[in-house]
Design a binder for this molecule. Structure first.
Ligand code: F6R
Length: 240
């Protein structure tokens, strides 16, 4: 696992976007694994800039998002579907038929999860996966637990995640469940880029990078991936 520390979050976002740009350029049908939340927003802005400058096109790109809340209408302002449209997809030339975001309202979540993983496989697997990290070390919505999960599945969000994300749900209650790609689905990605900024992530980053590989800190599994890089600002890296 490689770790790179940046003085400015703008430089970090540009660096992350350049890694994505290379993967998009090198592959005739690139498959991107994408994340939501605060961490990737600036990187998406850089990718939009690159698209506007004619440096990249998303026309042959397929995407798979990590997760989605359960029991929230797809077009709710807090859904991850809405987030992706508003932060990336509405501003680039991606074919929306090639956009995949877990359906948090799927009736049979076990069956749906299997199909989502199959779809990733049939697309040739994820070339590059973007990740954030929760203050509790979660990746996707794989919360600390007793074992590493495999495929896409339904999870109950922990109090730590409810606390961290409830700030977005100002006029409705935050869902308590989500669908998430599993640790197995994430680890299958050929390349992984994790972004963490701010002091609140310092402990999780420390456990992920320096702690033992344990499902108590799901991100620690990334130590065993052969092409994973953590892009950190100095606050997130302050305990390393
Ligand atoms: C989002 C996701 C989560 C977030 C994590 C950090 O799709 O999978 O793991 O990356 O909760 O969230 P932010 O970036 O908002 O601090």
């Amino acid at each position: 696992m490689e770790v790179k520390i940046f003085d400015s979050t703008a430089d970090l976002a540009l660096y992350a976007a350049r890694i994505f740009q290379n993967v998009i350029k090198e592959n005739s049908a690139p498959v991107l694994g994408l994340a939501t939340g605060a961490s990737p927003v600036e990187t998406y802005k850089e990718l939009i800039k690159m698209y506007n400058n004619g440096e990249i096109s998303f026309k042959d790109v397929t995407t798979f998002n990590l997760d989605e809340y359960c029991d929230l209408p797809k077009d709710d302002k807090n859904s991850y579907y809405t987030f992706m449209m508003e932060n990336l997809f509405n501003y680039v030339d991606i074919d929306k038929n090639n956009v995949n975001i877990p359906d948090g309202n799927a009736a049979d979540t076990d069956k749906y999860g299997e199909e989502y993983d199959k779809k990733i496989m049939n697309a040739g697997g994820i070339d590059i996966q973007l990740l954030g990290i929760g203050v509790n070390g979660h990746i996707g919505f794989n919360e600390p637990s007793e074992s590493f999960s495999e495929g896409t599945h339904k999870v109950k969000l922990t109090d730590s995640t409810l606390k961290a994300n409830s700030r977005y749900f100002t006029d409705s209650e935050m869902p308590h469940y989500a669908l998430t790609m599993g640790i197995g689905s994430i680890m299958n990605a050929k390349k992984i880029v994790l972004i963490a900024t701010g002091e609140a992530k310092a402990q999780a980053v420390y456990s992920a990078v320096k702690g033992e590989v344990s499902p108590n800190c799901p991100a620690s599994i990334l130590q065993t991936h052969n092409d994973a890089i953590f892009l950190l600002d100095s606050a997130a890296a302050s305990m390393l």
